[in-house]
Design a protein around this ligand. Structure first.
Ligand SMILES: *Cc1c(COP(=O)(O)O)cnc(C)c1O
Length: 370
């Protein structure tokens, strides 16, 4: 195998950090001099700028993407006795948020090409206790928002979007996060719009939902030291917000960089014995992850590891079969498309500044190992 060469990191944010550092450090000096470190002017400006970018009327900065989901669900009144239909092929936080508000996740199966929820499988699971559909735009691939908007409207359900991996993704020219009753974004460092710590945001078109999230994120306070609800401490800080404003200003370049790498992989892996990611017919994929499918996934993964190419198995086990959800009673075979995706998928290194040499090395190693 001619696959020796320098190792390729799974994620390399170094060049981006160097580019952003001078402006960020300047902002840090101003924050230090101003003395407001949490929920200050940078958070307020970021909320306005991010809402405008997404096309949502309101944005509320919170401590992380998981809290954004929890607070969105709470603000919509979802809790004990409610069922929320969602995908098992996602990061655990999606279903965890449903459970944390006291509701029960109901898992539907996914579409094999997009890895997103299959609207037909969701429709089959709508029942008298269903309160919401929680859609995830997995890996940055926009879900079919026409189908989910229509299902939610027809059955009188809330529609929530988990956009943690999909900031800037578009469906029919509209950005994700602008469709549902509420949407959650994560600013975890590995995400499309990542900061250098934890952060998250709730987007909504509904003023009363935004108001409730603002209230809940700060201990349910109505005025200093006055509380009418049990909220939590989930606030975004100025240090992260200042950085996120700098990254948001160049988000289109960051997305274009990811799409450039994905297109180079599509071309470089053509003819290999694997399936490259599907692209939405009517939207824009932002490639937070570039996930291929191979029936020989484990051999491919170890071949790549031997060649110095780290990969990620997103996701090795569907959430319906996680130990924590044993009592929900799902078995292998209940959601066969998800089970198969868990056996066959592998995510390759991708980041906006990935250079041609690294892309070529990954393609060469995949061709040798596939
Ligand atoms: C990362 C992620 C989350 C959680 O975001 P955090 O900021 O890490 O709390 C939720 N859902 C999905 C799909 C994610 O990828």
């Amino acid at each position: 195998m001619s696959t020796t060469g320098p190792a390729v990191p799974f994620l390399d944010l170094g060049p981006e950090f160097e580019a952003l550092a001078p402006a960020w450090f300047q902002a840090l000096r101003e924050i230090g001099a101003g003395g407001r470190f949490i929920l200050g002017p940078n958070v307020e400006a970021l909320e306005a700028e991010a809402a405008a970018y997404v096309g949502a009327a309101h944005a509320v900065g919170v401590a992380n993407g998981t809290d954004a989901l929890v607070l969105a669900l709470r603000a919509l009144g979802i809790g004990p006795g409610d069922e929320v239909i969602t995908t098992p092929f996602t990061f655990f936080a999606t279903a965890e948020a449903v459970s944390l508000v006291g509701a029960t996740p109901v898992f539907a199966d996914i579409d094999p090409a997009s890895f997103n929820l299959d609207p037909a499988s969701v429709a089959e699971r709508i029942g008298p206790r269903t309160a919401a559909i929680l859609v995830v735009h997995i890996f940055g691939h926009p879900a079919d928002m026409g189908a989910f908007t229509e299902l939610a409207r027809r059955h009188g359900l809330a529609l929530v979007e988990d956009c943690a991996q999909a900031f800037g993704a578009e469906w029919r020219g509209r950005r994700v996060g602008s469709f549902g009753d509420a949407a959650a974004v994560s600013f975890y460092p590995t995400k499309v719009l990542g900061c250098y710590g934890d952060g998250g945001m709730v987007f909504t078109q509904r003023a009363e939902v935004a108001e409730r999230v603002r209230h809940l994120r700060n201990h349910g306070a109505t005025a200093p030291f006055m509380h009418d609800t049990l909220g939590c401490n989930s606030r975004l800080d100025e240090v992260q917000a200042a950085l996120l404003r700098l990254k948001l200003a160049r988000i289109e370049d960051l997305i274009a960089g990811r799409r450039r790498v994905a297109a180079a992989y599509d071309e470089g892996l053509a003819g290999c014995d694997l399936v490259t990611p599907g692209q939405p017919a009517e939207g824009r994929h932002v490639f937070n992850l570039y996930t291929v499918r191979s029936p020989r996934r484990d051999a491919l993964r170890s071949g790549l590891a031997a060649a110095g190419i780290p990969t990620s198995q997103c996701y090795p086990l569907g959430l319906h079969r996680q130990a924590v959800y044993r009592d929900l009673g799902y078995r292998e075979g209940d959601l066969p498309v998800t089970d198969q995706a868990c056996r066959e998928t592998l995510s390759l290194p991708i980041y906006p500044d990935m250079d041609e040499a690294r892309i070529a090395r990954v393609c060469e190693a995949v061709r040798a190992a596939a």
